[in-house]
Write a new protein. Structure first.
Length: 329
C-alpha cells in the first residue's frame, strides 16, 4: 500500500491509523533484526499517537493531509519526545527541547512519528548498523540508510531523510525505494544537523507510488511541508574561475562560460567586481571575499548538478564542467 493510498483510506474511514501503525510495528518485529533500520522506537507512544489521530477524525475535527500516517524520521532531525543522537556516540542520550521545523509541520498535518531511523555518523561517511533489506551483505547506501531501508522493507510507508550530496537518492536506489529531493528551500531546515548551508535539504522516501504524481510532495501532502525559510528561498551565489583562466585550455574554458550564460538566461545577474587575489592554490577552497555574485535566483547553483530538468539537456554538461562553486551568504 502506498503512502498516499494509506492516507486516503484513513481519511475515508476504511482504515484506522491504529490498524496501520500496528501492522507497521508487526512488520518491524519481523524484519528489524535483519535490516536494523531503527535507532529509536517506542511502540506504545506510536500507538497513542495513532489513537489520537483516529479520535480526531471520528469526532469531526479538521484533520491534516497526513492524519494518522506513520512516518520515520532520520536521526539527525530533532524530535522533542525522542532522542536525536546524530548517529554519534558523543551525542548518545541527547533529547532536544523542541521539534525540528519539518517535524512540527508533520505533526500539524496529523502524521504519526513512528520512530527515529539510522543515519551514518553525523550524516557523513562512517556507516551505521543498517543493512540492505534485499541482501544483508550489501550496503543500503548513506547517509539516510535507515529511512530508505525501512521503507523498502515495508516497515513504514513514508520516511524523512536529508541530502547534501547523494544521501537520499543513493540509498533509495540501493534499497529499491523512491527518493524525492525537493527544491532547495522548499522545506525549512531548522532543528536539523547542518553539513552545508547551501546544499542541505530535506527529502522523503516512499514505496510503491500509485502514479508518478505520488512522487511529488504536494500530491501526497499538499502544503504540509512547504514553507522554507526566507534565507533558504532567496540567496545569491557566486562562482569564480577567472583566476584559473591562464591555466585552462580553451576547449575546457568554453564550459564554465556556457554555464554562466545559462545562469544569466535563468534570471541571474552577475556583479562585475573581481575577487581579491589570494596566495597559494590551497586558498581556492575558501570563498573569495569579493567575488562575482549571481543573485535573484531561488536555487543554489549546485542544484543544477542534481536537477537537470531545470535546464535543456544540451546545456546541462556545461554546468557539470565547472570545478568549484563559492556560495555567498
Amino acid at each position: 500500500m502506498s503512502a498516499s493510498e494509506a492516507a486516503q483510506r484513513i481519511r475515508d474511514g476504511v482504515l484506522t491509523s491504529e490498524e496501520l501503525v500496528q501492522a507497521c510495528l508487526e512488520r518491524i518485529r519481523a524484519v528489524e533484526a535483519k535490516v536494523q533500520a531503527w535507532t529509536f522506537l517506542d511502540e506504545q507512544h506510536a500507538l497513542a499517537q495513532a489513537r489520537s489521530a483516529d479520535e480526531r477524525r471520528r469526532s469531526g475535527q479538521p484533520v491534516g493531509a497526513l492524519n494518522g500516517l506513520p512516518v520515520g524520521i532520520k536521526d539527525i532531525i530533532d524530535t522533542a519526545d525522542m532522542p536525536t543522537e546524530n548517529g554519534c556516540a558523543l551525542h548518545r542520550g541527547r533529547t532536544p527541547s523542541r521539534d525540528a521545523a519539518v517535524v512540527s509541520m508533520l505533526r500539524a498535518a496529523g502524521a504519526v512519528i513512528l520512530g527515529k531511523t539510522v543515519t551514518t555518523e553525523c550524516a557523513y561517511f562512517f556507516p551505521g548498523k543498517t543493512r540492505n533489506p534485499h541482501n544483508p551483505e550489501h550496503t543500503p547506501g548513506g547517509s539516510s540508510s535507515g529511512s530508505a531501508a525501512a521503507v523498502a522493507a515495508g516497515m513504514v510507508p513514508l520516511a524523512v531523510g536529508s541530502q547534501t550530496n547523494g544521501s537520499v537518492i543513493r540509498p533509495a536506489a540501493f534499497c529499491g525505494a523512491y527518493g524525492f529531493k525537493p527544491t532547495h528551500g522548499m522545506i525549512p531546515r531548522s532543528g536539523i544537523l547542518q553539513l552545508s548551508r547551501t546544499l542541505d535539504r530535506e527529502v522523503d522516501e516512499r514505496l510503491s507510488p500509485d502514479s508518478v504524481q505520488d512522487l511529488r510532495p504536494r500530491a501526497l501532502h499538499p502544503g504540509a511541508l512547504a514553507g522554507g525559510q526566507d534565507d533558504d528561498r532567496q540567496r545569491g551565489f557566486c562562482f569564480h574561475v577567472e583566476r584559473l583562466y591562464s591555466t585552462i585550455r580553451p576547449s575546457t574554458l568554453c564550459f564554465p562560460r556556457a554555464a554562466a550564460r545559462t545562469v544569466r538566461r535563468s534570471g541571474g545577474r552577475r556583479d562585475q567586481r573581481r575577487p581579491r587575489p589570494r596566495a597559494g592554490p590551497h586558498r581556492l577552497a575558501r570563498r573569495p571575499r569579493r567575488a562575482p555574485r549571481l543573485s535573484n535566483l531561488p536555487y543554489s547553483l549546485c542544484l543544477f548538478w542534481f536537477r537537470s530538468s531545470l535546464l535543456p539537456k544540451s546545456e546541462f554538461p556545461a554546468l557539470l564542467a565547472i570545478n568549484r562553486f563559492f556560495p555567498c551568504t
